[in-house]
Design a binder for this molecule. Sequence first.
Ligand SMILES: Nc1ncnc2c1ncn2[C@@H]1O[C@H](COP(=O)(O)OP(=O)(O)O)[C@@H](O)[C@H]1O
Ligand SMILES: [Mg+2]
Length: 363
Amino acid sequence: MKLSKLKLTDFRNFKNKLINFGDKITIVIGDNAKGKTNILEAINLLATGKSFHARVEEEMIRYSKEIARVKGRVFEGEERTDLEVTLTRGEITVGENPKKTEKVAKKKLKVNGAGKRLVDFSGILKTVLFGPWHLDLVTESPSLRRDFLDDVLSQVDREYKRASLSYSKGLRRRNKILYFIREEEASRSQLAFWDKLLIKNGDYISSKRAEFIDYVNATPDFNGQDFSLEYDKSAISEARLEQYKEEEVAAATTLVGPHRDDLIFMLKKGKSKARLPAGRDLSRYGSRGEQRMGVLWLKLAELEFIKQRTEQNPVLLLDDIFSELDHEHRDIVMDVVKNQQTIITTADPHFVKNLKSIEIVKL
Ligand SMILES: Nc1ncnc2c1ncn2[C@@H]1O[C@H](COP(=O)(O)OP(=O)(O)O)[C@@H](O)[C@H]1O
Ligand SMILES: [Mg+2]
């Protein structure tokens, strides 16, 4: 899979920008705040239909502009697909009078010129993104690890995407009903439909998460098996919902299910060379270097997983990670970049001087 070009119009700090990417490795070089991360955000927007760091999507529209547009051309073999995302603030002015506005959609997604829903748009372009913020995945909050699982699995499995959308909607409805039960404005019988919906989708989500975790655990890491992942699963079933029913009403929130899952990194061996048969929690016992190594292992397994499941090579996006990694980690990453189209951003060309057949984009 290849991204051949990207066109940005009033996206973040770019007024108008066209970038052509190399078939193999493209290095995007620019000083701080030149827009390196913004470019990868735009590419990822084409892949997922969402931003990986904007709190509100409007943030991506260039200051004081009304419309931002990102276009990309993707090749899978000979097959060409044009992707387009248009963002607005919800209204645009018509004609000369700035007070005369018209309501419009905040986001429009198009494939080859035809409008699409998010589920049909996302996943055509496949990417694996690795930025400095991932390096804290081991120690960050569980919700980030769940988001990570969702991002990976949504790329390889439409049914997962559908199940998780349906699950989150169902969860919001069910929590509302719990609230109304507490206020004595609804009865328990109103939960039945949502219980079923959550159990059905929740089961699917956790079985797919378990499959991915098994895959990662079967992926060798760098020094013999240093790490493993444990699935801290919050199972959802009729019995579990029955068990927590009083607490759920009291809290007006659903207490079991995949929205409470976590992923625990375990350290089995580590630099100390002392074998730890049962493993130790990497977030508490690992050094910072070991924690980062654990994340690198996970990200590389993610790349392999997507390749294997989709039989396509995702585009690897590396955002300024070399300055964050030590020598050993850098070498591991350098080894992987030539196996698929890779787009690397960096402020310091020194890190990439050994790479061959590269395209350079200067910002
Ligand atoms: N909506 C926006 N409109 C204009 N500029 C923006 C917008 N959002 C972010 N920026 C600018 O983009 C720059 C940061 O870009 P970024 O991609 O993070 O840089 P880099 O990764 O190269 O350090 C900042 O100067 C910021 O002010
Ligand atoms: Mg950046």
